[in-house]
Structures are given as C-alpha cells and as structure tokens.
Design a protein around this ligand. Sequence first.
Ligand code: NAI
Ligand code: PHE
Ligand code: K
Length: 355
Amino acid sequence: SIDDELRWDGELTVTRHDRETGTTFVIRIDSTRLGPASGGTRAAHYPSIGHALADAGKLAGAMTLKMAVSDLPMGGGKSVIALPAPRNQIDAATWTRILDIHAENIDKLEGNYWTGPDVNTNSSDMDQLSRTTKYVFGRSVGNGGAGSSAHATALGVFEAMKATARRRGLGTLDGRTVLVQGLGAVGGDVVRLAAQAGARLLVADTDPQRLEAASLAGHTVVPAGEVLRTPCDLFAPCAMGGIIDSAAAASIPTMAVAGAANNILTDAAAGEVLRDRGVLCAPDFVANAGGAFHLVGQEVLGWNEDDVVERTRGIGRTLDEVYSLSEERGITTEAAALMLARARLSPASTAAATS
Ligand code: NAI
Ligand code: PHE
Ligand code: K
C-alpha cells in the first residue's frame, strides 16, 4: 500500500502527477552514501501508484547495492514513470511531454540523482531529457553521451553465466542448454554470446517478431508461459524482475541462474529455496553491472571502451568471491553479495567513502 511505501527506509521520494496525460512520476533516492544517486528511468503501465512506488523503491535499492559491490562512486536511485496506458499506446507528442516533465523533476534534485536508460527508455529519450537537465547518463553517442549500455550489460551477464556454470560444476557453456527469457537489447546479445560459446539456446519472449528472428538464427523457441517449467542447465532471466518466488524456486528445472533482470528473486526466501535445491544463483546486482560500468565509467570516471570491457569482465571474479563467501558462511549467494556491498556502505568504511 502507499502507507507502507511511505514508511520506506530510503533517503527521498519525489512524486508528481500530470493531469493532462494522466501520468504519475516517481523518483526514489535510496542512498547517496557513496556519491550522487544514480539509476535508470523505467516507463510502464502499473496497476496502481502504490505498485509504481514499490517498484521504484526496490529498483533504487538494487542500484545502491550494484554501485557499492562494483566499486563505483555513486549511490542508488531510480525513476518510474507510471504511464496511463502501455508504452506502445502512448503517442509521440504525449511521450515528449512526459519526458519534459520528468526532466524538470530531475533538474530540481540538482545533481543528487542522475538518470539513465532502463526498460522502455533509450538513448534518444536520454537526449530529450538532456534538453532540460544535465543529470542524464546514456545520451546517444552523437549527442555526447555513452550511448546504449545494453552491450556492456550483456557482456557482464555472459561472464556471470560462465562463472556460475563453472562453479556449479557444469564446466564451460559448450554443449550446455541455456534458456534466455527476454530477447531485448540485453537478452538478444546474451543469446549471441552464449551461442558463440557453444551453448544450445532455448529462447522465450512475448514479442513474436523477436522470436521469429531468434528462430531464424537456429534457436529453439519456448512459449513464454512455459519458461519456469522448461529443463535447462542455466536459466538467464533477461526480461522483468520478480520472476522467481519461493514456489518457482522449489520447482524450476535448472542447475544455475544468471541473468540481466533487476530483482530476479521476489525475496530472500526464494534464494534460500534455490540454495537448498543446489541451484546456484548469480545475484543480479553483481551480474548486471556492465551497464553501470559503461555509463558511469565513461561519463563520470573518464574510462574508454577497453576499460569498460576490462571492468565488466571482472564481474566473473566478483562472483567467484561471492560464491566463496557464501560457501564459507553457509549463506545464500544473495546474502553473500549483500555482505560485500554493505561492507562498503557501512559508516566504518570511510576509505571507500572518501576515495
Ligand atoms: P528490453 O525492453 O530491450 O527487453 C526486454 C525483452 O523482454 C523484450 O523483448 C520483451 O518483449 C521481453 N519480455 C517482456 N516480458 C516478457 C515475458 N513475460 N516473457 C518473456 N519475454 C518478455 O530491455 P533490456 O534493456 O534488454 O533489459 C532487460 C532487463 O535487464 C530489464 O529487467 C532491465 O532492468 C535489466 N537491465 C538492463 C540493463 C541495460 O543496460 N539495458 C542494465 C541492467 C539491468
Ligand atoms: N538501468 C540500467 C541498470 O539497471 C543501466 C543504468 C546504470 C542506468 C546506471 C543508470 C545508471 O543498471
Ligand atoms: K531500454
């Protein structure tokens, strides 16, 4: 409920409603402990404003952890634009008005929050936002930005898949069955990388066009509703979050999970159930940090593309650290990754905060 959401533990919630378009805007700053909050702008049609607030809060929290575990000097935040209808039903003029209002809101935060692309927003949308506010990552390259973060995210997810398969005793991806849910900007690239590594690909999407392309490329299509019942060696959720709850965790026929979606597990209990069944799960805020390396690395830290690739490849090593800690402590991989992130966020960790 909205009452529960307003008892949120983060730093700031900003909301605004535009009566003309029927759009509600939410920006949530979870933490500025390690730097200005950052996280993308998600546009979607939510069942209620409470759902939009909840989504923004969970996603902002994930950004805090992602930045901390990735050693990036940023905090966590997220924007949710609660649309009056699904994105594909919003006309161009309405969308521009929506982006302009969102940009005004961001600008009022005076750099305490930096946005970027997320589900249903892209580099041209970032270009439009940047006409009103400068606190935007991921503008198109021609407009001075780092461009789409999807390739870097996919590379990091691929590294996470390899590290997770290896640790689970599956060896390399060669000959392994990998199920990719969501063939969008990230998932499409993940499919390509996994196929190059010799994996047998099962693919699912709700968009028939994307499925057709994947099927032409020789991959096996799985109905979107069958994903959680389809046997595979490794499952890569690259669509939406909240895909694995305790019930799904108890039955999903796979050995390992590593994907791009933010907040893959609905809660900590789902992670416990996976662990009890020996399903090794790459914490998403570690696995999908390639996009943050791409955007923050290039636009804040002055990295070039090679630096982004090098840091993104390091996601495999970070996961190895997470897996070792989880084995040593007998805790879930999610809890182990949280420990690493929180160590950096703790007040005692002044070296991190001042570096
Ligand atoms: P996208 O919007 O390009 O692709 C999402 C794909 O999932 C679309 O093809 C869509 O049709 C499909 N889809 C939606 N619902 C589905 C369902 N129920 N079953 C199967 N397919 C479904 O998004 P993008 O950029 O590829 O991101 C994917 C996920 O990765 C999102 O959760 C996003 O938050 C996360 N992520 C993305 C990053 C990036 O740099 N783009 C960085 C970190 C996380
Ligand atoms: N939305 C993407 C993510 O969840 C990319 C992004 C990273 C956007 C950092 C803004 C800041 O990681
Ligand atoms: K996008």
